[in-house]
Ligand binder design. Structure first.
Ligand code: PLP
Length: 392
């Protein structure tokens, strides 16, 4: 018996650029310590008061089926948050609570894609994007952003692929590059979406991690609220990756469809998790800034290290917990460099090639280890890159 085509092709096939990650994991399993700059997850755990509230909620009886669209006070809180950040009046009926951002991405695409539809996304991309699009039966088409543009996608490149397409998926602040899309970039994207009648899926799970400038949600742009589905999550903003809680914000009729989808898939999110998420959101922006602070600090440390040499250069990362480093001066691909770095110094970083073709010759560094170890790994990486340029 054969599995369906749709589910069998989620992974696409061929090399996925994750060999370095696999090798690092194997080395650790074999007892070799590895400095891992690969993981997009905080080096702290969910804060104790959030867990205490989760416990309170569970002991208080929030263990049965919870409201499928999400509990009313949490939908209210997200609606208020989105209203405040976009200026677009947003009602609880515009909010669907989901088990994490990944599930929100899948649900949002399910809501707008029919099998065979073309779904656009930007390369470099978060690892699950093409599989998510294939999983809903879409034909994924990548739009290459350019290193020379600091990976801000060009509207003209998107427009060139937009004819007949159904949706466009963007992510700012971006994983893997740390780039925050400028207002100009977003205005250009919005124009293409309006011109070509595209749905815009806007993955904003890193919206509380901004190191320079501001984050603009395309929901705030003219004529976009009716065609934009915003994907959000508590994973990165509140260090709640394991709690699996996120949301989709969009037009009310789409949210109605998402409720039907959830009724036939997840059946909602555990009530005690939703209660804890509400408690976490009520801690306010200072708490969110505290969660983001280590990445801000480490980014400064990394920029100081990089300023002392001229082989490795950083793509300007105004947000998120990542840096994309250009190591092309070594003459190596990102993958070859990452493999050599792992062998020589037991430091694991993700080759740019793991995230599509646009970031070839780059290395993604996750700023997710303790400050002094991070700084020391950055120094070793730069010294190693320099040594490679002297080899004949
Ligand atoms: N979107 C991006 C860009 C991510 O980097 C991640 C996780 O790393 C997700 C979505 C999914 O996050 P979660 O499902 O934990 O909310």
């Amino acid at each position: 018996m054969q599995a369906s085509n749709r589910i069998s092709t989620i992974l696409g096939g061929g090399s996925d650029g994750w060999e370095v990650f696999g090798r690092a994991r194997q080395m650790i399993a074999d007892g070799t310590p590895v400095t891992e700059l690969t993981i997009g997850e905080h080096d702290i755990r969910t804060a104790a008061p959030i867990l205490q509230d989760m416990h309170r909620a569970a002991m208080g009886g929030h263990t049965g089926y919870a409201a499928i669209p999400g509990i009313a006070p949490l939908r209210d809180a997200i609606a208020e948050r989105i209203t405040a950040s976009t200026g677009v009046p947003t009602r609880p009926e515009n909010v669907m609570i989901t088990p994490g951002g990944q599930s929100a991405l899948f649900a949002a695409h399910t809501a707008v894609i029919d099998p065979g539809d073309t779904a656009l996304y930007v390369d470099p991309y978060y690892a699950t994007y093409p599989g998510t699009l294939r999983g809903v039966g879409a034909k994924p088409v990548a739009i290459k952003a350019r290193a020379a543009d600091a990976f801000q996608p060009r509207a003209a490149d998107i427009a060139a692929q937009a004819k007949g397409a159904k949706s466009l998926l963007i992510n700012s602040p971006n994983n893997p590059t740390g780039v925050v899309y400028s207002r100009d970039t977003l205005e250009g994207i919005a124009q293409v979406c309006r011109d070509h009648d595209l749905w815009l899926i806007s993955d904003e799970v890193y919206d509380t991690q901004i190191w320079e400038g501001t984050h603009t949600s395309p929901r705030a742009l003219e004529g976009m609220a009716e065609r934009t589905l915003v994907v959000g999550s508590m994973s990165k903003s509140h260090a709640m990756t394991g709690s699996r809680i996120g949301w989709v914000v969009g037009p009310e009729d789409i949210v109605q469809h998402l409720i039907n989808l959830a009724t036939h898939t997840t059946y909602g999110v555990a009530g005690f998790i939703q209660e804890a998420a509400l408690f976490a959101l009520n801690q306010g922006p200072e708490f969110e800034a505290e969660i983001a602070e280590p990445f801000r600090r480490r980014r400064t440390l990394a920029l100081d290290v990089l300023a002392r040499q001229n082989i490795v250069t950083a793509i300007p990362n105004a947000g998120a917990m990542y840096m994309m480093l250009d190591i092309s001066a070594t003459g190596l691909s990102g993958e070859a460099f990452a493999n050599k770095l792992l062998d020589a110094h037991h430091i694991a970083a993700m080759p740019g090639e793991s995230f599509g073709t646009a970031a070839a010759g780059h290395l993604r560094v996750a700023m997710t280890i303790e400050d002094s170890a991070f700084k020391s790994a950055m120094e070793t990486l730069c010294t190693f890159a320099d040594s490679l340029t002297h080899q004949t």
